[in-house]
Ligand binder design. Structure first.
Ligand SMILES: [Zn+2]
Length: 82
């Protein structure tokens, strides 16, 4: 099943993503990867960049390539005080 990328996404369809620290603001940075010349389609060693999102508060990298676990609670509270 291929999801239709052109479908209209409404605000209700967007789940908020937050860092473990609770911050939901991220900077877009790039990871660089090097492709070996014999693996590269051009036959030359080449570099590719992969966008990564870094938490604006603590600097933790949000790995969007991993499967995101859907939190059971709507508002997870990272700090639990007994
Ligand atoms: Zn953070």
């Amino acid at each position: 099943m291929t999801p239709n990328m052109n479908m209209n996404i409404t605000k209700d369809d967007v789940a908020a993503v937050a860092c473990n620290c609770g911050c939901d603001i991220f900077s877009l940075l790039y990871k660089l990867g090097r492709v070996n010349s014999f693996k590269s389609p051009t036959g030359k060693e080449t570099y590719i960049h992969m966008p990564v999102y870094v938490c604006a508060s603590c600097g933790e990298v949000m790995d969007t390539t991993k499967e995101q676990k859907t939190p059971e609670k709507e508002t997870p509270s990272p700090i639990i005080t007994k």
